[in-house]
Design a protein around this ligand. Structure first.
Ligand code: AMP
Length: 369
C-alpha cells in the first residue's frame, strides 16, 4: 500500500503484467502496420513511460513524437482540455498511432481528433494502455486496448495524483475505504482486555467488538445464537469457528464507516484469524497490530474469582471453569502469537499495574503504528 498526499492506494497492475500487456499491444500494431514506418505520438505527461517501453519493444523502424494535453485536476477528469504543446512536424501521408496511458471519458481523445482533423495523415490509430469502459462517453474507435479497468482512480507508471506517483513502475488503485486502525487486543481471560478496550476506543475513536459480550447479549435475549453459544461457554470451551466468524462479520458490517476496530476475544484460532484477514481485505484494510496483555496465571485466577463475585458471569464463578478457560487459551489461542509475529505485528505489553499505566503502555504501541 502507498500514500500520496492525503490518499491511500493499493497495488493494482504489476510491472510484470504491464510488460506482458505492452508486448501483446506491440504485436497487434505490428501485425497491422507490417513494413510501414509509423509515427508514434505520445500524449504527455501520462504516457511517457508507456511510450518509452512500447517503442523499445517495437522491432521495426518507427518515429516518436509527443503532444502535451492536460485534463486532470485532482482525481476527477475535467471537460476542459488544454493544448499545451501541439504537433511540431508535418505528418501528411503518414500512419500515426496515438499512444495514450489511459482513456476514460474520452475528452482528451476528442481533442486529439481535433488536432489531426486537418493534418491529412494516411491513417490515425489509437492505442491505449488502460481503458475505463464505464466512464467512456465518446464513440471514437479504440484500435488497441491494453486492459479494460473499472472506473476507479489509478496512479503509477506515468499517471499521477496531483503531481505524485508518475515515477512508480507499477500501477496502484485508489482505496475506496481510507486508512483504518485495526487492533487485536489479546491475552488470557482476566488480562484486562475489556477494561482497556473501553479507554482505547474513546481515545482513538475505534469500534470495540468483544465476541464474549456479543455472545452474552445473545444469551440474555435468548436468541438461537445465544442458546447455541451457551452450551460451550458454560464449560469454558470455545464456540465453533463458523458460528463465531459469522457473528463477528455481521458486527463489522454493522459499522461500515468505522475508522477502525478493537477486536477483543477474537480471533482465538488460526481459522478465525484467516477469516478476519479476508474480511478486512474486502475493505482494503488489515490488522495493524496484535497487542497482547501478559499476566501470570495465578494472578488471572485471583482476578477472575474476584470479578465473579460481582459480574454474575457463570464462567467466572467456578475456579475449575476459570482454569479450563486459561487452558483453552494456551492450547488453542496462544498460537496466534506466532501467526501475528510472523507478520511482524505482535506486541507484548506487561498487563500488571494500574489501569492507567497499562493504557499508557498500549497507547505507546498504537502511536507508533
Ligand atoms: P470472553 O468474554 O472473551 O472471555 O469469552 C467468553 C466465552 O465466549 C469464551 O470462553 C468462549 O466460550 C466464547 N467466545 C468468545 N469469543 C470467542 C471466539 N473468538 N471463539 C470462540 N469462542 C469465543
Amino acid at each position: 500500500m502507498i500514500k500520496l498526499h492525503d490518499l491511500y492506494f493499493k497495488p493494482f497492475v504489476s510491472e510484470q503484467e504491464i510488460d506482458t500487456i505492452i508486448e501483446r499491444m506491440v504485436n497487434e500494431v505490428l501485425a497491422d502496420l507490417q513494413d510501414e514506418v509509423p509515427v508514434f505520438v505520445g500524449i504527455l505527461n501520462g504516457s511517457f513511460m508507456f511510450v518509452s517501453d512500447f517503442v523499445k519493444k517495437y522491432p521495426k523502424p518507427c518515429e516518436v513524437t509527443f503532444i502535451k494535453l492536460a485534463s486532470y485536476e485532482g482525481v476527477k477528469s475535467t471537460e476542459d482540455i488544454q493544448r499545451l504543446i501541439g504537433l511540431t512536424q508535418d505528418l501528411t501521408g503518414r500512419t500515426v498511432v496515438i499512444l495514450e496511458d489511459i482513456i476514460d471519458t474520452g475528452n482528451t481523445l476528442g481533442e486529439v481528433h481535433r488536432i489531426f482533423r486537418n493534418e491529412n495523415v494516411k491513417e490515425l490509430k489509437i492505442a491505449t494502455l488502460f481503458h475505463k469502459p464505464e466512464a467512456y462517453k465518446k464513440d471514437f474507435k479504440l484500435h488497441y486496448v491494453g486492459m479494460d479497468i473499472p472506473n476507479k482512480f489509478i496512479v503509477g507508471y506515468g499517471l499521477d495524483y496531483n503531481g505524485l506517483g508518475r515515477d512508480l513502475p507499477a500501477v496502484y488503485q485508489l482505496k475506496t475505504t481510507q486508512h483504518m486502525t485495526n487492533i487485536v487486543l489479546f491475552g488470557p481471560p482476566g488480562a484486562g482486555k475489556g477494561t482497556q478496550a473501553e479507554f482505547l476506543k474513546e481515545k482513538y475513536n475505534l469500534i470495540h467488538i468483544s465476541t464474549g459480550d456479543v455472545f452474552r447479549f445473545n444469551i440474555k435475549n435468548e436468541t438461537a445464537l445465544g442458546m447455541l453459544a451457551k452450551s460451550y461457554m458454560d464449560k469454558g470451551e470455545l464456540v465453533p469457528d463458523q458460528v463465531t466468524i459469522d457473528m463477528l462479520s455481521a458486527e463489522v458490517e454493522k459499522n461500515a464507516d468505522a475508522k477502525g476496530f478493537i477486536f477483543d476475544g477474537f480471533p482465538r484460532t488460526n481459522a478465525q484469524a484467516d477469516a478476519l484477514a479476508n474480511l478486512l481485505d474486502g475493505k482494503d484494510s488489515q490488522i495493524n497490530a496484535m497487542i497482547a496483555l501478559e499476566v501470570d496465571d495465578e494472578i488471572l485466577v485471583q482476578r477472575l474469582i474476584g470479578r465473579g463475585k460481582t459480574s454474575g458471569r457463570p464462567d467466572d464463578a467456578d475456579e475449575n471453569i476459570i482454569r479450563n478457560r486459561i487452558k483453552e487459551y494456551y492450547n488453542k489461542t496462544a498460537i496466534l502469537k506466532d501467526y501475528y509475529s510472523a507478520q511482524g505485528k505482535y506486541f507484548g505489553v506487561d498487563g500488571v499495574g494500574s489501569i492507567e499505566e497499562i493504557t499508557q503502555r498500549i497507547s505507546d504501541v498504537i502511536n507508533k503504528l
